[in-house]
Design a protein around this ligand. Structure first.
Ligand code: NAD
Length: 502
């Protein structure tokens, strides 16, 4: 990729696509509000070319030895590490998140690469000798074929890295359709995979929107689809992909609650609520968007949160000292800001109004919205019911643990949650009773490590398999059970009965 170039195109068959695109999208720098580049949008023809390149590369790559596939992952790991700052700069320029946050997402993505380096161990099957006299049985897992990944704007490096390192290490070939809002990081990752020795065509990137996605979902050579994004699109991807006979895992949106029990360390809880609510401007699927304050600590907790929010430095992501950047687009910023008015109109209290927060060093046209805290929110309000995906923290008051738990379990989403308490019994009861896929105890963003699997419950996941960890390996492979008998003097004889152990 030419890093000075502001035009981005597809990566097909180990090189940039050279055709002329009928449609291009604008890329914005959210901190200036200005167009910084353009990106080609794929039609079905470019998607077909990318899937074709992946299908052509498949026989060679799936036959590559486990050690060869692992060694490509080890090389890739070193290359990503040495390009971490460059990747982070691309992310900040197009997404807006601050530099440290962008570097952090690359680091979390690298943990999945570390995990994929262990593929020889991860693909070990089971072997049982003498299941019948002279007969052995064993299980193996094989790649599913060409697989596709469709990813959201909010983690342009990490979310693709939840998928392709494991898919490739398992012997599949891959077509990535990243978010059209921040397409550049995926292209640098494609270059680094090529430098690491991945054969041409084993990893491809097509850009664009619904047309490109629909072409992937309908393509007969795409065997499996991993999706991460909003719930309505996740549901659509799951229904359409499975209707076309594909294996699909589709991770959706979230509304993550943090319960604060009266015995909790309120300073720790306030720090956690601010970090998890406003990090990356709240544009994280594991961001805390609702604090459930259990009586009687609500007022004290809100005061502590208010004090901390006042000191947050909002500014351009590439500016030293910025703690929170802009939102990704003007439309998204305006949509998030609407919830401030609607929340107050429905009876919430404006504890902190982000529209009045100072922006240091930001251009006037940047997509700014400071951190907001809405207090006394109730589940019937729109600002509670909708996934806002911005720097808006709602505080719901609950009279006791049971009410707090009931609020969470009645919510249609089930991605992440956390409880803050010093009572181990209460924490244990919560982790047992809450209907959410990822749970933190005094940890506000309980993102599982790469060797566990990431995924929510209810409307936060369509499909059966979470991403990375053992479930990721499972998703990108098919199991086969083999029963084998080698010639032995005792073999043979006609027997029309059902095969049973002798
Ligand atoms: P999005 O659903 O708008 O887009 C995700 C992907 O789908 C993009 O590649 C986009 O081009 C494509 N897409 C958008 N509309 C489509 C349509 N109608 N048909 C087909 N494809 C379409 O999501 P986003 O705004 O990029 O990302 C934010 C969302 O992602 C939030 O809802 C957030 O909670 C969610 N998210 C979830 C997780 C998770 O692990 N559960 C992680 C990150 C983000």
């Amino acid at each position: 990729m030419e890093h000075g170039s502001s035009h981005r195109t597809h990566w097909i068959g180990g090189k940039p696509w050279t055709g002329g695109a009928a449609i291009r999208g604008d890329i914005y720098n959210p901190a200036t509000g200005q167009v910084s580049g353009s990106v080609d949008f794929a039609t079905a023809a470019e998607v077909d070319a990318a899937v074709g390149a992946a299908a052509t590369a498949l026989p060679g790559w799936r036959e590559a030895s486990l050690t060869r596939r692992a060694s490509v992952m080890f090389e890739f790991r070193e290359l990503v590490r040495s390009h971490q700052a460059e990747l982070a700069a691309l992310i900040t320029a197009e997404h807006g998140k601050v530099a440290a946050d962008a570097a952090g997402e690359v680091a979390r993505g690298l943990e999945v690469v570390d995990f994929a380096c262990g593929i020889p161990h991860l693909l070990k099957g089971a072997f049982s000798e003498n299941v019948s006299t002279g007969v052995d049985a064993y299980s193996i897992r094989q790649p599913v074929g060409v697989v596709a990944g469709i990813t959201p704007f909010n983690f342009p490096a990490m979310v693709p890295m939840w998928m392709f390192p494991i898919a490739l290490a398992c012997g599949n070939t891959f077509v990535l359709k990243p978010s059209e809002k921040d397409p550049s990081a995926s292209l640098l990752l494609a270059e680094l995979l090529a430098q690491a020795g991945l054969p041409d065509g084993a990893f491809n990137v097509v850009h664009g929107g619904k047309e490109a996605v629909d072409a992937l979902l309908a393509h007969p050579d795409v065997r499996a689809v991993s999706f991460v994004g909003s719930t309505p699109v996740a549901r659509y991807i799951y229904e359409t992909g499975t209707a076309h006979g594909k294996r699909v895992q589709a991770l959706g949106g979230a509304k993550n609650h943090m319960v604060v029990l009266p015995d909790a360390d309120l300073d720790l809880a306030a720090d956690a609520a601010v970090n998890a609510g406003f990090g990356s401007a709240g544009e994280r699927c594991m961001a805390i968007s609702v604090v459930v304050a259990v009586d009687p600590i609500g007022d004290e907790l809100v005061d502590k949160i208010r004090d901390r929010v006042a000191g947050l430095r909002v500014g351009p992501g590439d500016q030293e000292g910025s703690e929170m950047g802009p939102l990704v687009t003007r439309e998204h910023r305006d949509k998030v800001a609407e919830y401030l008015d609607s929340g107050v109109a429905e009876g919430a209290t404006m504890a902190v109004d982000g529209r009045q927060h100072p922006v240091s060093g930001g251009a006037a046209d940047g997509f700014w919205l400071g951190p907001t805290v809405l207090d006394h929110v109730t589940p019937r309000m729109r600002c509670y019911a909708d996934e806002i995906f911005g720097p808006v923290l709602a505080v719901v008051r609950a009279v006791g643990y049971a009410e707090a738990l009931a609020v969470i379990n009645a919510n249609p989403y089930g991605n992440g949650t956390a409880i803050f308490t010093n009572d181990g019994g209460a924490a244990r009861r919560f982790t047992h009773e809450v209907e959410v896929g990822m749970v933190g105890v005094n940890v506000p963003i309980p993102v599982p490590m790469a060797f566990y699997s990431f995924g929510g419950w209810k409307a936060s996941l369509f499909g059966d398999t979470h991403v990375h960890g053992a479930e990721g390996v499972h998703f990108y492979t098919r199991g086969k059970a083999v029963t084998a008998r080698w010639l032995d003097p005792r073999h043979g004889g006609v027997n029309l009965g059902f095969p049973v152990n002798q």
